[in-house]
Design a protein around this ligand. Structure first.
Ligand code: COA
Length: 180
């Protein structure tokens, strides 16, 4: 594989993110395991509430990972796992992740996760949380590899069952350096 590069995506790359999202949705045996996001949601993530990391081979976007730090209303997953109220401002979410089917099992998701986690730590977050379908074995194993553990099983996204995965982010622990 040509060398992989990882960078924070700006809104100029939203068309590519949406195209890759569609490719990934089309590749799934069970599309309900994956929550497709709208352009407006992704734009807000880039501009206001977090970031999207992209993995590129040459100039081709082959994977992306969303990380959300500003959590509105009832979306803070810390509430679902009973975190103390004082901890809620220090929660970050792993948002959507997708790797092009031709580029899976090469460690790309793991690299994106490590960089996103580093970003969360640098922003002073102490907890990372994510939702995943109990039937999405690749994704569950991906989170377990990161040291995350299931902390609750709830119904989200129009009544779909989701594990809430959690890990504490120890201060001073090291992750990958920030992407360019
Ligand atoms: C889940 C997904 C992002 C993983 O991407 P990836 O780049 O292939 O993952 P990695 O190569 O970094 O693998 C990291 C770990 O995840 C686990 N994993 C990934 N794919 C797996 C599979 N098909 N079966 C079992 N475990 C798997 C493994 O533990 C792996 O570590 P290992 O290689 O040391 O065993 C990818 O399969 C995908 O895009 N799926 C469709 C979209 C989706 O389901 N997104 C998540 C919704 S929450």
């Amino acid at each position: 594989m040509t060398r992989l590069s990882i960078a924070t995506l700006g809104t100029s790359r939203l068309d590519e993110v949406l195209a890759l999202q569609q490719t990934v949705v089309d590749s799934l045996d069970a599309p309900e395991l994956f929550n497709a996001e709208s352009r407006a949601y992704l734009e807000d993530l880039i501009l206001h509430s977090g970031m999207i990391l992209g993995a590129m081979v040459g100039d081709r976007l082959v994977a992306y990972r969303g990380a959300k730090l500003i959590l509105g209303g009832n979306e803070n997953l810390g509430k679902d796992i009973g975190l103390p109220r004082r901890e809620l401002p220090s929660v970050a979410h792993f948002d959507m992740i997708a790797v092009h089917p031709e580029f899976r099992r090469k460690g790309i998701a793991h690299r994106l996760n490590l960089q996103a986690r580093g970003y969360m730590r640098r922003e002073g977050k102490r907890h990372v949380l994510a939702t995943v379908s109990p039937e999405n074995t690749p994704s569950i194993r991906m989170f377990l590899k990161l040291g995350m553990r299931p902390a609750a099983l709830v119904r989200k996204y129009s009544g779909r069952e989701r594990y809430i995965m959690h890990a504490a982010l120890e201060a001073g622990a090291r992750d990958s350096p920030a992407p360019g």
